[in-house]
Design a protein around this ligand. Structure first.
Ligand code: ADP
Length: 165
C-alpha cells in the first residue's frame, strides 16, 4: 500500500526522518510531499526542501519525494495513496491534527489519516526551533542531517548580510 507523508519540511529534521523510516517499514511505498502553502512564509524554497529531503531519504529504496499545492486529499487521490501519515509529538499537535483529519475525511472519505507517535528522542524537535537555533549559531548536530545545517548556515548568513532568503 502507498502512503503520503505531507508537511512543510522547512527544513526537514531528524524527527521527520524518524517518521519516514518507520513509515517506510509499514508501507510498500511512501511519498514524502512538500506542501506549498502561500499563507505560510517559508525560509527555504520548494526546490531546497525537496532537495534536502531527497538527500536525507537516499537510503530508503521505497521512499520518493514530491511537492504539491492545493488540497492534500486531492493530491493523495491523484498519486493513488489511500493513506496519509502524520507524526504526533504532544497534545498540542493532537488538536490541530484531529481538526485536519476530520476536515480531510469530510472532503474525501476514502483517504485515511494514520498517525505515528514521535520517538522520545525526537519529540521536542520542530522546524521552528531548528531555525531559531540556527539563527543563534547553535550546533545542530544530532537534530538535522548535515546538509540541512550547512544550507541553513549559508541562508541565514546571506539574510543577515541583507541578501534576503
Ligand atoms: P506541517 O506544517 O504540515 O505541520 P511539518 O514539516 O512541521 O509540517 O511537520 C510534518 C509532519 O511531521 C507533521 O505531521 C508533524 O506533526 C510531524 N512532525 C514534526 N516534527 C516531528 C517530530 N519531532 N517527531 C515526529 N513527527 C514530527
Amino acid at each position: 500500500m502507498k502512503a503520503v507523508y505531507p508537511g512543510s519540511f522547512d527544513p526537514v529534521h531528524n524527527g521527520h526522518i524518524d517518521i519516514i523510516e518507520r513509515a517506510a517499514k509499514i508501507f510498500d511505498e511512501v511519498i514524502v510531499a512538500v506542501a506549498l502553502n502561500r499563507e505560510k512564509k517559508a525560509l527555504l524554497t520548494c526546490e531546497e526542501r525537496v532537495g534536502l529531503l531527497k538527500e536525507a531519504c537516499r537510503h530508503l529504496a521505497n521512499v520518493t519525494v514530491d511537492y504539491f499545492e492545493g488540497l492534500l486529499v486531492d493530491y493523495a487521490q491523484r498519486v493513488g495513496a489511500p493513506v496519509v501519515v502524520r507524526g504526533l509529538r504532544a497534545i498540542s499537535d493532537f488538536e490541530y491534527e484531529l481538526q485536519m483529519a476530520l476536515t480531510n475525511k469530510r472532503l474525501n472519505e476514502k483517504i485515511e489519516m494514520m498517525f505515528i507517535m514521535a520517538s522520545g528522542e525526537h519529540s521536542f524537535i520542530g522546524s521552528s526551533i531548528i531555525k531559531e537555533l540556527a539563527g543563534l549559531k547553535a550546533p545542530l548536530n544530532g537534530l538535522v542531517p548535515p546538509a540541512v545545517e550547512k544550507l541553513l548556515k549559508t541562508k541565514l548568513q546571506r539574510k543577515r548580510a541583507g541578501g534576503g532568503a
